[in-house]
Design a protein around this ligand. Structure first.
Ligand SMILES: O=C(O)[C@@H](CO)OP(=O)(O)O
Length: 245
């Protein structure tokens, strides 16, 4: 596990993908489906919290999505590191990339149907969108109360990584980045593809290189940032290019 220096004068951004969900375990496309953590995912979140504690990561403010696998991971990690009092903000903008009509499908069965190459394009390419939902589909997020305040154009029918970057960056620029005026350490607990989006932005990972970036569940990613909020270290090269759930 990575060890970090406790540099209280630097700004520090800690990114954490939620622990394994039941649909990660079952190898299903998940996206905005609000599935819980698996037992393994719960244990992974506890481990992440212990790590925060061991490394004395003093979180000033935390951000997460409106999906329970991320909310619960954050909650467990803060509980385990005795920081449950830390202010938490939730936003749909940190939700996982919307997987459209693929949501609920098994990834290996889909590869048998359409070919592994097509599934890889849907999962890891920069700008290929999965097949869209119809608005009358029961999976359409517009019928969910938590998205009631969103305009129809903000509610996705399917998203590529590029679309996900376009919805997450306004939240980074307008909400998370300005919070560093008051905070030294910010924790963001989100999802595989929203964190790929943030890492791509922060480290200027190219469109060609981004398919190789896979973010493991519940492994803290720590950036030390300069005053312009540019990373002083690289982390994306640490990750395996595998596309496991
Ligand atoms: O199904 C999903 O929503 C994501 C994350 O679990 O999967 P993938 O790794 O294929 O982008």
């Amino acid at each position: 596990m990575l060890h970090i220096m406790n540099t209280s004068h630097n700004k520090q951004l800690v990114l954490l993908r939620h622990g394994q969900s039941t649909w990660n375990r079952d190898n299903r496309f998940t996206g905005w489906t609000d599935v819980p953590l698996s037992d393994q995912g719960h244990d992974e979140a506890v481990e992440a919290g212990r790590w925060l504690s061991e490394q004395d990561v003093q979180v000033d403010i935390a951000y997460t999505s409106v999906l329970q696998r991320a909310i619960k991971t954050l909650w467990i990690a803060l509980e385990e590191s005795d920081q449950m009092w830390v202010p938490v903000n939730r936003s749909w903008r940190l939700n996982e990339r919307h997987y459209g009509a693929l949501q609920g499908e098994n990834k290996s069965e889909m590869a048998d149907r359409v070919g592994a190459e097509q599934v890889h394009l849907w999962r890891r390419s920069f700008d290929v969108r999965p097949p869209s939902l119809e608005r009358n589909d029961p999976r359409y997020p517009g019928r969910d109360r938590r998205y009631a305040g969103l305009g129809a154009s903000d509610i996705p029918l399917a998203e590529s990584l590029k679309d996900t970057i376009d919805r997450i960056l306004p939240y980074w620029h307008e909400t998370i980045a300005p919070a560093f005026n008051q905070a030294n350490t910010i924790l963001v607990v989100a999802h595989g593809n929203t964190l790929r989006a943030l890492v791509k932005h922060l480290e200027h990972v190219s469109d060609e290189e981004i398919p190789l970036l896979n973010i493991p569940t519940s492994v803290p990613i720590v950036y030390q940032l300069n005053s312009a909020l540019c990373p002083l270290n690289e982390v994306h090269t640490r990750f395996e290019p595998a596309v496991e759930a």
